[in-house]
Design a binder for this molecule. Structure first.
Ligand SMILES: Cc1cc2nc3c(=O)[nH]c(=O)nc-3n(C[C@H](O)[C@H](O)[C@H](O)COP(=O)(O)O)c2cc1C
Ligand SMILES: Nc1ncnc2c1ncn2[C@@H]1O[C@H](COP(=O)(O)OP(=O)(O)O)[C@@H](O)[C@H]1O
Ligand SMILES: [Mg+2]
Length: 154
């Protein structure tokens, strides 16, 4: 995917079906339609990993799913699980997500247990992939180092 890494900025966290935390024990911050509509065309459905920051808070590793949640619905949606434990919900807050790499296509699972273990596998894989120097540098480029400093380093 030529457009990766892609930084999806200014996504205000919206309410989804409320299943992420209740049924799976894995909450996902759901993005509003405008953010999903602005995704580059070559970001197809599937599971991705990357970095995210809520407002100007700390930067965390993430796994994201881009998918078509309804049968025959061509519209994409995007949800992000932040690999961090938060004290409070972030509904209404601005979440910036840098999508860095692709993990797998989305699949149908025969049970909730199989889905949960697949997502846990995604989380472990994302943690590992993001530890390479190239991706650690992206984290700084997107979220932490002032633009002027990045320019001076080049
Ligand atoms: C990293 C990740 C991968 C996922 N992969 C799949 C998948 O392959 N198939 C699937 O049916 N659901 C998958 N899910 C679960 C759902 O897309 C979604 O998170 C869940 O239904 C919660 O939705 P909600 O935010 O509307 O409550 C995945 C979720 C995450 C966080
Ligand atoms: N680690 C986390 N990653 C993503 N969202 C989190 C996390 N911890 C708490 N949350 C909160 O949980 C909400 C999502 O929970 P979820 O059960 O998926 O509900 P919904 O279906 O409304 O998206 C997010 O909007 C956010 O406010
Ligand atoms: Mg959610």
């Amino acid at each position: 995917m030529r457009s990766l890494p892609y930084l999806a900025r200014q996504g205000q966290v919206v309410w989804g079906f409320g299943r992420g935390s209740k049924q799976l024990g894995i909450p996902t911050a759901n993005f509003p339609e405008q953010v999903v509509d602005n995704l580059p065309a070559d970001v197809s459905t599937g599971i991705y990993y990357g970095w995210a920051s809520v407002v100007s808070g700390d930067v965390h590793k993430i796994v994201s799913i881009v998918w078509n949640p309804y049968y025959k619905n061509m519209k994409k949606s995007m949800e992000t699980h932040i690999i961090h434990t938060f004290e409070e919900n972030s509904y209404g807050e601005i979440l910036s997500v840098a999508i860095v790499g692709w993990l797998r296509p989305e699949k149908n699972f025969d049970s909730l247990e199989l889905l949960i273990s697949a997502i846990q596998g995604d989380i472990e894989e994302a943690k590992k992939q993001l530890d390479v120097p190239e991706y650690l540098k992206l984290k700084d480029n997107f979220f932490q180092v002032p633009k002027s400093k990045i320019m001076n380093n080049h």
